[in-house]
Design a protein around this ligand. Structure first.
Ligand code: ZN
Length: 60
């Protein structure tokens, strides 16, 4: 599972799960697709997709 935190520039992967602020948890690419429809997390799916391009450790 990967935590994403909403920062000023958008969503960022929180590797240590220690960053303050509103966070969202994604456990897979499918998860990202699901939250894409959730209006509470605007932009999260796009940021998660970007993250997945450079990392595969979400898929466990
Ligand atoms: Zn999930």
């Amino acid at each position: 599972m990967r935590r994403f935190t909403r920062a000023s520039g958008g969503w960022v992967a929180d590797r240590g799960s220690r960053q303050p602020g509103r966070g969202a948890y994604l456990c897979s690419a499918k998860c990202a697709e699901r939250v894409a429809k959730n209006k509470r997390y605007p932009g999260l799916a796009a940021s998660a997709a970007e993250f997945l391009k450079t990392s595969s450790d979400m898929l466990n």
